[in-house]
Design a protein around this ligand. Structure first.
Ligand code: NAP
Length: 288
C-alpha cells in the first residue's frame, strides 16, 4: 500500500508559518491583502474565490474581491485593473482566467505589476521563473507540487521526473522549478505527441500528471518505488458529481510507493501557496 501524501497536512504547515509571520507584520501596522479580480460569476471561479477568502481569513490576511459585469468593455476593464494594481493596500493580485472572449486578456494581464503578480499571469513573471529569478512568482499550482515534495522530504536532486503536460499554468513552469538549481531534477516533459508515454512515465522516479484527462494514468504507466503526484481535477466519469484526478488511483496506488489523492492532494495546497506569495509580495513592497 502506498503512502498517501495528504495536501491538507502540507497546507496546515504552510498556514501555521504564515499565521505567525502575519501577526508579526501586523504588529508593525501592515495588513497583507490579496485582491481578487473577477469578471462575471463562473461557478469554478466562485468556488476557488470562496476557498481563497476562507484561507486568507484563517491566517489573518485580508482579501478583497473586485467584481465586474460579464459585458464590461476593454477600456473600462483596463482602467479598473490599473486602479486595483495602483492600490497601495493590495499586495497580491489574483485575476480569474479565461476572461470573456471580447476582452484582450493578454494585454490586460500585463497591467499587473510583477511584484503583485502572485499567480504568474504576466510574461515578466514567467520569464523570471524561467531564469530562476526568485523575485518572480511561479503559478500557485506548480509551486504547490514543489511544497508537497519538500514537505514529505522526497528527494528530487538527480532523480528522473516525468511531467505529464506542458501547459503554461502547470507543466512548463513546474518543469522549470524542478530543473532549477534548488531542485536539480532530470526532467522529461511529456505531451500529446510523446511516443510510448507509459514507457517514459514508468522510467521516472517521480511522475507528475497534469493532463486534464480523468484516470488516464493506468497501471502500465508506473512501477514500484515511484512517487506519483496527481494535479488533475476532472469530473469522475464513474461517479457523477464527484471529482477524480488524471491518475487511476485504484490501479496505481497498490503499485507505487507514494501518491497524492484527488480530492485532498495538490488542490488543497494551492490557496495556501497563493497566501504565501501574497505575504512575500507584501513584505517586499514594505522593504521587510
Ligand atoms: P491543459 O492546459 O489542457 O494542458 C494539458 C496538457 O496535457 C497539454 O500539454 C496536453 O498536451 C497534455 N495532454 C492532453 N492529453 C494528453 C494525452 N492523451 N497524452 C499526453 N498528453 C496529453 O491543462 P492544465 O491547465 O495544465 O491542467 C491539467 C490538469 O490539472 C487539469 O485536470 C486541471 O483541472 C488541473 N489543474 C489543477 C489545479 C490544482 O490546483 N490542483 C490547478 C490547475 C489545473 P498538448 O500540449 O500536446 O496538447
Amino acid at each position: 500500500m502506498a503512502e498517501v501524501l495528504k495536501g491538507k497536512d502540507v497546507a496546515a504547515a504552510i498556514k501555521e508559518s504564515l499565521t505567525a509571520q502575519i501577526s508579526e507584520i501586523k504588529a508593525k501596522g501592515i495588513v497583507p491583502k490579496l485582491g481578487i479580480i473577477r469578471v462575471g460569476a463562473r461557478p469554478d471561479d466562485l468556488y476557488y474565490e470562496g476557498g481563497a477568502k476562507k484561507t486568507c481569513a484563517s491566517i489573518g490576511m485580508d482579501a478583497e474581491v473586485f467584481e465586474y459585469p460579464e459585458d464590461i468593455d476593454q477600456e473600462s476593464f483596463e482602467k479598473a485593473v490599473q486602479e486595483v494594481n495602483d492600490r497601495k493596500d493590495v499586495h497580491g493580485i489574483l485575476m480569474f482566467s479565461p476572461l470573456p472572449k471580447h476582452l484582450n486578456e493578454s494585454k490586460i494581464r500585463q497591467l499587473i505589476s510583477p511584484d503583485k503578480d502572485v499567480d504568474s499571469l504576466t510574461l515578466g513573471s514567467a520569464a523570471k521563473v524561467f531564469v530562476g529569478d526568485k523575485t518572480g512568482f511561479p503559478p500557485c499550482t506548480p509551486q504547490a507540487v514543489m511544497e508537497i515534495l519538500h514537505h514529505y522530504k522526497i528527494p528530487i536532486e538527480g532523480r528522473r521526473v516525468a511531467v505529464l503536460g506542458r501547459s503554461l499554468v502547470v507543466g512548463k513552469p513546474l518543469a522549470m522549478l524542478l530543473l532549477g538549481k534548488d531542485a536539480n531534477a532530470t526532467v522529461t516533459v511529456c505531451h500529446s505527441k510523446t511516443k510510448d508515454l507509459p514507457g517514459v512515465c514508468r522510467d521516472a522516479d517521480i511522475l507528475i500528471a497534469a493532463v486534464g484527462r480523468a484516470k488516464m494514468v493506468k497501471a502500465d504507466f508506473v512501477k514500484p518505488g515511484q512517487v506519483v503526484i496527481d494535479v488533475g481535477i476532472n469530473e469522475d466519469p464513474d461517479n457523477p458529481g464527484k471529482y477524480c484526478g488524471d491518475v487511476d488511483y485504484g490501479e496505481v496506488e497498490p503499485i507505487v510507493d507514494k501518491i497524492t489523492p484527488v480530492p485532498g492532494g495538490v488542490g488543497s495546497v494551492t490557496t495556501a501557496v497563493l497566501c504565501k506569495h501574497t505575504l512575500m509580495a507584501c513584505k517586499r513592497q514594505n522593504g521587510l
